[in-house]
Design a binder for this molecule. Structure first.
Ligand code: ADP
Ligand code: MG
Length: 334
């Protein structure tokens, strides 16, 4: 058996079992967006880490060093946002080849620092090594949240509305343009920009975490079709989702000339949207969405609901049940 036979999540569940007994009460370990380390009664530490490897997560000639520095921190802050934590600091380990241009390194750190400043989240440490070829970047972020406000993946309830905080699919569209070497028209360049400049929903995460009607929350990094399954399996719940309710940008519709099949494919199977995916008690959903829109300029987009037990994700299009939808990123899958 090889790694590609069990995939990324098969691998994680295989080794994580060895550590289960060691996790003290009150801690949250492997399986959520962040680990939770209890501290004072009302302020717990949340920690998350994410890695970016050249030619796996980025193509150096396509992304600017500034964008890469910004993105390295952004994807990590997104995990803090997913749990509702306020960022307090980051650690950066980076492997660079000896011949990298110093201007490139300066620009990388300018990008990283710009987001650090935005969220008052200083770089507190890390490690620097040489690499023989591919650049590797690993960021760890630490945040804080009071224990009753932390949102996890395992709390979805029957009847909850499943919703997202913003448009899906733009980033996947940009990635496809890069990977397929498609012409970089002005619209294509905009989509590539969305792929290279994710915006972590930190303020939105903190706001939503303060609301008791929000039951489960995570960020969308692998694509909603894959990510929602984590909420469903950890909560033991099933969900019915509606393809036509996925929020997609005018930009994506214009680029793909209204080809809905393609657009929905990117919106549900693509990744790296870094929007928040949450389930909300249906009785309070409308009020919450109105307040969210007042604060952040867009509503919470309802895309379906939690419906029964069993961990199944059922997709519908205009009322018709679809057999299966594939998609969602998984390292190592064939
Ligand atoms: P996310 O997309 O939110 O960053 P992942 O899908 O990458 O989460 O990971 C799923 C869970 O598995 C997370 O809780 C993460 O911390 C954990 N995990 C992934 N890789 C490792 C590893 N090498 N060692 C320990 N935990 C890991
Ligand atoms: Mg996450």
């Amino acid at each position: 058996m090889q790694l590609k036979d069990i995939g990324e999540f098969g691998l994680i569940s295989r080794f994580s079992k060895k550590f289960l007994d060691l996790i003290p009460n009150g801690f949250v370990g492997i399986g959520d967006d962040c680990a939770v380390i209890p501290s004072q009664k009302d302020k717990n530490f949340l920690v998350s880490t994410d890695m970016l490897v050249e030619n796996v997560h980025f193509i150096k000639s396509e992304i600017s060093a500034f964008e890469l520095g910004h993105k390295s921190l952004a994807v990590n802050l997104s995990d803090l946002a997913a749990s509702g934590a306020e960022p307090c600091g980051s650690f950066l380990s980076i492997s660079l080849p000896q011949n990298v241009d110093i201007q490139w390194v300066d620009d990388f750190f300018d990008g990283y620092a710009s987001l650090s400043k935005k969220y008052n989240c200083p770089l507190l440490g890390g490690d620097t090594t040489k690499t023989l070829n591919a650049i590797a970047i690993n960021v760890t972020v630490v945040g804080r949240a009071s224990v009753e406000k932390i949102k996890l993946r395992n709390k979805a309830k029957d009847g909850d509305i499943v919703c997202v905080t913003g448009y899906l699919g733009d980033s996947a569209g940009g990635l496809e343009i890069l990977l397929d070497g498609l012409e970089k028209t002005p619209l294509a360049k905009e989509l590539i920009k969305r792929h290279h400049n994710p915006q972590p929903r930190v303020e939105q995460g903190i706001f939503l975490a303060s609301r008791r009607e929000v039951n489960a929350m995570m960020d969308i990094s692998d694509g909603i079709n894959s990510d929602l399954k984590h909420i469903l399996s950890l909560s033991g719940k099933s969900a019915d989702l509606h393809l036509e309710k996925l929020p997609v940008s005018e930009l994506l519709k214009e680029y793909y000339k209204g080809d809905l099949q393609k657009i929905y494919n990117l919106a549900c199977g693509g990744g790296e949207d870094y929007e928040l995916l949450l389930t909300v008690d249906f009785r309070y959903f409308t009020d919450l969405s109105v307040q969210f829109e007042k604060k952040f300029g867009n509503p919470l987009y309802a895309i379906g609901k939690i419906n029964g037990d069993g961990g199944q994700l059922r997709w519908f299009e205009n009322g018709f049940c679809l057999n299966s939808i594939s998609g969602g990123y998984n390292h190592f899958s064939a």
